[in-house]
Write a protein that binds this ligand. Structure first.
Ligand code: ATP
Ligand code: MG
Length: 240
């Protein structure tokens, strides 16, 4: 894993964007990236195409942002939200008003306008979840039909799926509960996946019809995608 990525997260931690738990989650991600050979696989490319089709055909797509995602990809998050277009909602597992404010500032520095979060004062509750992490914005995650999540927790992913939302997960661990519960899982490092997602969204908007995109989403097989990604990791073990 690149030292620069680690430095970005440590900077994010020191400036209050990233939680201490976020650093642990990143370490877990690095282990899986090692097995992927630190490369974007063809299965990830296929999942990215399906994810982009889903985002572009949604009525109300939302990008959910936490500390790690903001520390690693703020420029790409803002570009993606403008391109789709999709709302950005800051939604933290280890919630604090201060960390929300800092993440919002980081995104605004990259050009984001009107990010949603619990500071926006119009919240609603995800049913079936306890504690603060059930609080979401009424015009964001609560109303969304398609939500992109990254480094997400399995319980919340399940609760959002139970609400009937389509979930796109960026998760490099193909056996996490999030990866297995989501509708489309991009088994890749967010650092590598985000530029590919942006490129794919631009290409689809330019070249493909709504019908084409709906068809791709309808035929995407996430269990097959996860099994293929796992096989690739197993061959990573064998190679080593
Ligand atoms: P779950 O709750 O879904 O079972 P978990 O409890 O193992 O997952 P969490 O800490 O809730 O893990 O979520 C973090 C997830 O994000 C982990 O699956 C981790 O592998 C993954 N992850 C960490 N860093 C990255 C990264 N840079 N890119 C993509 N995924 C990452
Ligand atoms: Mg978890």
């Amino acid at each position: 894993m690149s030292l620069q990525t680690r430095a970005q997260l440590v900077d994010g931690f020191q400036s209050g964007l990233v939680s201490s738990e976020g650093l642990i989650a990143h370490g877990r991600g690095e282990a899986f990236d090692y097995l992927l050979g630190e490369k974007t696989s063809k299965f990830s490319v296929a999942a990215i195409e399906a994810a982009c089709c889903c985002l572009l055909t949604g009525d109300h797509p939302v990008i959910s942002v936490n500390g790690n995602f903001a520390a690693l990809c703020s420029t790409e998050i803002v570009r993606l939200s403008n391109l789709i277009p999709a709302r950005i909602e800051i939604n933290l597992f280890h919630r604090s008003a201060e960390r929300e404010r800092l993440i919002n500032r980081e995104l605004e520095e990259k050009g984001a306008k009107n990010c949603l979060g619990s500071f926006s004062n119009n919240s609603n509750i995800i049913p079936g979840l306890s504690s603060n992490r059930r609080i979401v914005h009424s015009d964001g995650i609560y109303k969304a039909d398609v939500i992109m999540v990254s480094l997400e927790d399995g319980d919340r992913t399940q609760a959002l799926v139970n609400m009937g939302k389509k979930i796109i997960a960026l998760d490099i661990n193909p056996i996490s509960r999030t990866a297995r519960t989501a509708d489309i899982t991009i088994v890749d490092n967010v650092i590598r996946a985000m530029p590919v997602i942006i490129h794919t969204i631009s290409m689809l908007k330019r070249e493909k019809s709504i019908e084409y995109m709906q068809d791709i989403v309808r035929h995407f097989d996430n269990n097959g995608n996860l099994a293929n990604s796992l096989k690739l990791m197993r061959s990573g073990f064998e190679r080593l």
